[in-house]
Structures are given as structure tokens and as C-alpha cells.
Design a binder for this molecule. Structure first.
Ligand code: GAP
Length: 450
């Protein structure tokens, strides 16, 4: 347990030290489990979202995208069931220290902080309330969306009528969601503001089971293809009493975090819950008319709902690799420990580091800067001339940079450089004229832009 906490501490420290993640409003002492993604974090998170978006919209024929507003009519949330007990957690309070906890996350019926008695549970709604317009009265209340998918359901007819899609088809969306979590925690695992990557797949009710299985497999494969180790990923079926209020069937994809197996994505068969409720509340007919079958029906929805932040944390932890004694055998100064972030090529925030062998030789620096300018429009690169070359390699390994390109004295004569692979540390000489083509091939950017 101590070792696992230790690993989380190391991850949090790496995130801050190297600019992946900072505490929100840190100079004011931080703010309620909110986090900011730093220069490397934003690159990596964008890469995760891009990998998801491509998987959905480029590698499937009948999936289109949407970007709905965060603020919607409060009637959306009445219809969806989020304003009622369906979207509430049971809250208990310690009678002595007054700390509050989610009942379902407690192992014992005692305060985990001081061991005292707890109050009876009461329902606590997770929707974040806000006001639109100048008056802060009941009539101007609305909510920050608690899940992105409602924006897709209320646009079901718009998408259908504007894009000539036929069932089955999907709508993909990435965006922020907000929940007033009682006990946020475990770094970015449970926060009050987070990002979801959701696909809503509309299908005939009779085909819902088949598509549920398809999407369950496809979504688990996505994590494995992006480097998550098989032993750290599992899918588990959620029993009826634990399911979300809209779900007829639910499977969670879980990752083995240092703090235990936890959900990173939910696969839901939402049946006709959403479209039939929105039909009822809006008095619009949201049924689908099948010309071929001469049938009008509410499509069933199979939803895949992934968290960009939780995936980020899982990818980061899975890639984190400490090597005792270090990997470098050529230098005498054996490092106590080296850190390599073995991120997948698509996810690594920086693809290339351009390094002059030494910084006190102007001709090497000049050439290295030329190479950097050449590559910068094509790949995310860093230029680094500070410290010994070994130290710079290690600095790049620590943030998962895929290749380090070193300009040495040979480079001046041969117009080439050495390319060092992060994982194998193997080096090869590449002509500068071939550089872009070779790196594109190595990163496989012809299929998925890097
Ligand atoms: N539309 C369905 C839905 O929202 P969910 O299981 O409540 O389903 C889906 O959430 C995903 O959103 C979760 O698997 C998780 O990755 C992410 N998520 C939910 N609440 C979160 C929170 N408080 N902090 C970070 N991510 C969260």
C-alpha cells in the first residue's frame, strides 16, 4: 500500500516538475480538486482526444461529430432524470469533525478521519447550479452539463435531418462536464470539472445487444492499442442496483490504478430512456422512421463514455518506468535511477528533441537550430542545449520524447545527424535531407497525423 501511494506521489511530482499538470489557482492555495494542464499536459491530452476522435470518425463510416454548448435549457436535465434522485450520491457527515463522505465509498460505518459516528445518509445531487442573465432567481437557474451526451440527444433530429444518416449511426463528442462530487480525489481521477469523450450509437432495439458487444470490445482494444498493459485493464459488468439510472446494461472498463481497480470508461445500453423522455418533455417526436421497414420507433442508444482525464492518468501511470542503476553502461557516472516514460508514439507530448552535441561550438548550435526550424512545422519538437548530452537524453526520456536528434561534428561534414530511440537507445545516422520522410515513417504519420 505504501509503495502504491509512493507511486502516486511520484506521478504527481513528475507532473508538476515537468509541466504536465498543475493545481488550479495554486498561488491562492489551490481550488477544490481542480487541475490545470501545463505545456506538456495539454499536448498529451490533445493527443489522447485526437486518437479517440480519429478512431471514431475516421475509422468508422457512419459516425459524425458534434460540439454542443455546455449550458442548456434546464428542461434537458429534468427530462434526463439528472435533477431527481437518479443523479445523486448518498452523503454522510461525521458527527464530530463534520467531514463529509460518499456512503458507497466507505469501507466501515465510521468516520475514516477520526473514527466517530456518522449521520444517516441523505441524497446529494451532483448537478452544478448556475444562473443565466442578470437576476439570480429561480427562473434564471440552469446547470453546467453533467454529461456531454445530452447535447447529442437534443440534437438527434438536427443531425438526422442535416446529414442523411440512416440507422445505425453514431455521434461523437468531446467536451467538459461538471459534477459537484462529494469526495473528489486521487489527483485527476475524480474532479469536479473534467472532460468526456462520448459516442452515442443509435440503433434498432433488436440490434442493441450485438452493438453493445461490438463497442465493449472495440473500446477495450483502443486502450491496449495505445499501450496500456493487458494485465492492467479489465471490463466488468455492473449489477442492476449499481447501474446508472438510465442504463439497461452497463459494463465498466477499469484500469488497475495504484489505488485499486477503478472505472475509466462506461459502456451503457441506455435503451430508449433519453429519446423517449426528451420526446415527452419537449413534445417533439424523436422517433426514427424507417422507410424500408415502414416502422417508426425510438432507437436504442449504445453509449461509450470515456474520461479524457482518467485515460490521461492511466496512460501516464502505465508508461512510468523506473530503471534502477540507469540504462547507460557507457559512462562511469552510473545514475541511481533513471526514469523513462514509455508513452505510445501517438500520445507522447514531444516527438523529437533536437540537441547540439555541445553548446559552446557555434557551428553545431547553428546547424541544430536549422534542423529544429526545419522540423518544427511537422512535429512537436524541443530544442535543448543545456547540460551534458547524457543529461539531456535523460531529461527527454523522462517526458517520453520518442527520438533525440543529435548534431555532432560529423554532421557538419556529412549533413546528417544521429537519431536515438527512447526505448532501445539505439542510434542511427540519418541524412538531414531525408529527415522528415524518415521520421514520418517511424511515427507512422501517413495514417494518423502526428
Ligand atoms: N454519459 C454517461 C456518463 O457520463 P459516467 O460513468 O458517469 O457516464 C463516464 O461517466 C466517464 O466520465 C467515467 O468513466 C470517467 O472516465 C469520466 N468521469 C465521470 N465522473 C468523473 C469525475 N468526477 N472526474 C473525472 N472523470 C469523471
Amino acid at each position: 500500500m505504501k509503495e502504491q501511494n509512493n507511486l502516486m506521489d511520484k506521478i504527481v511530482s513528475l507532473c508538476k516538475r515537468r509541466g504536465f499538470i498543475f493545481q488550479s489557482s495554486e498561488i491562492y492555495g489551490g481550488f477544490g480538486s481542480c487541475y490545470d494542464f501545463g505545456p506538456l499536459g495539454v499536448e498529451m491530452k490533445n493527443n489522447i482526444k485526437k486518437a479517440w476522435w480519429e478512431e471514431m470518425t475516421r475509422f468508422h463510416e457512419n459516425i459524425v461529430g458534434l460540439d454542443a454548448a455546455i449550458l442548456m435549457s434546464p428542461r434537458v436535465w429534468e427530462a434526463s432524470g439528472h435533477l431527481t434522485a437518479g443523479f445523486a450520491d448518498e452523503l454522510v457527515e461525521c458527527k464530530k469533525c463534520h467531514h463529509r463522505f460518499r456512503k458507497d465509498l466507505l469501507e466501515k460505518n465510521k468516520c475514516p478521519d477520526c473514527g466517530s459516528q456518522l449521520t444517516e445518509p441523505r441524497k446529494f445531487n451532483l448537478m452544478m447550479k448556475t444562473f443565466v442573465g442578470p437576476l439570480e432567481d429561480e427562473a434564471s437557474v440552469t446547470y453546467l452539463r453533467a454529461e456531454t451526451c445530452q447535447g447529442i440527444y437534443v440534437n438527434f433530429l438536427n443531425v438526422l435531418n442535416s446529414s442523411r444518416l440512416k440507422i445505425p449511426f453514431g455521434v461523437a463528442q468531446i467536451g467538459k462536464a461538471f459534477r459537484n462530487e462529494i469526495t473528489p480525489g486521487n489527483f485527476i481521477y475524480r474532479t469536479r470539472e473534467f472532460e468526456q469523450m462520448e459516442l452515442q450509437w443509435f440503433c434498432h432495439p433488436q440490434e442493441a445487444d450485438k452493438f453493445f458487444e461490438y463497442w465493449k470490445e472495440a473500446r477495450a482494444r483502443w486502450y491496449l492499442d495505445l499501450g496500456i498493459k493487458k494485465e492492467n485493464l479489465r471490463t466488468i459488468e455492473i449489477l442492476p442496483e449499481k447501474r446508472a439510472h438510465y442504463a439497461k446494461k452497463q459494463v465498466d472498463i477499469e484500469y488497475k490504478f495504484p489505488f485499486g481497480w477503478q472505472e475509466i470508461e462506461g459502456i451503457h445500453n441506455r435503451g430508449d430512456w433519453d429519446l423517449s423522455n426528451h420526446s415527452k418533455h419537449s413534445s417533439q417526436d424523436l422517433r426514427y422512421l424507417s422507410e424500408e421497414k415502414k416502422e417508426k420507433y425510438f432507437p436504442y442508444i449504445i453509449e461509450t463514455s470515456a474520461g479524457a482525464d482518467r485515460s490521461f492518468l492511466a496512460f501516464l501511470i502505465d508508461a512510468y518506468c523506473e530503471i534502477k542503476g540507469g540504462r547507460t553502461k557507457t559512462t562511469k557516472a552510473v545514475k541511481e535511477q533513471e526514469l523513462v516514460l514509455r508513452l505510445n508514439k501517438k500520445l507522447a507530448p514531444i516527438k523529437l528533441a533536437v540537441l547540439p552535441l555541445v553548446k559552446n561550438k557555434p557551428e553545431l548550435v547553428k546547424k541544430a537550430r536549422e534542423v529544429y526550424q526545419l522540423l518544427k512545422p511537422y512535429f512537436t519538437c524541443q530544442y535543448d542545449e543545456l547540460g551534458s548530452i547524457g543529461r539531456r537524453y535523460r531529461r527527454q526520456d523522462e517526458i517520453g520524447t520518442i527520438f533525440a536528434l543529435t548534431i555532432d561534428f560529423e554532421s557538419l561534414k556529412q549533413d546528417d545527424l544521429t537519431l536515438r530511440d527512447r526505448d532501445t537507445m539505439a542510434q542511427e545516422r540519418i541524412k538531414i535531407v531525408d529527415l522528415i520522410k524518415v521520421i514520418k515513417e517511424k511515427l507512422n504519420v501517413s495514417k494518423n497525423n502526428s
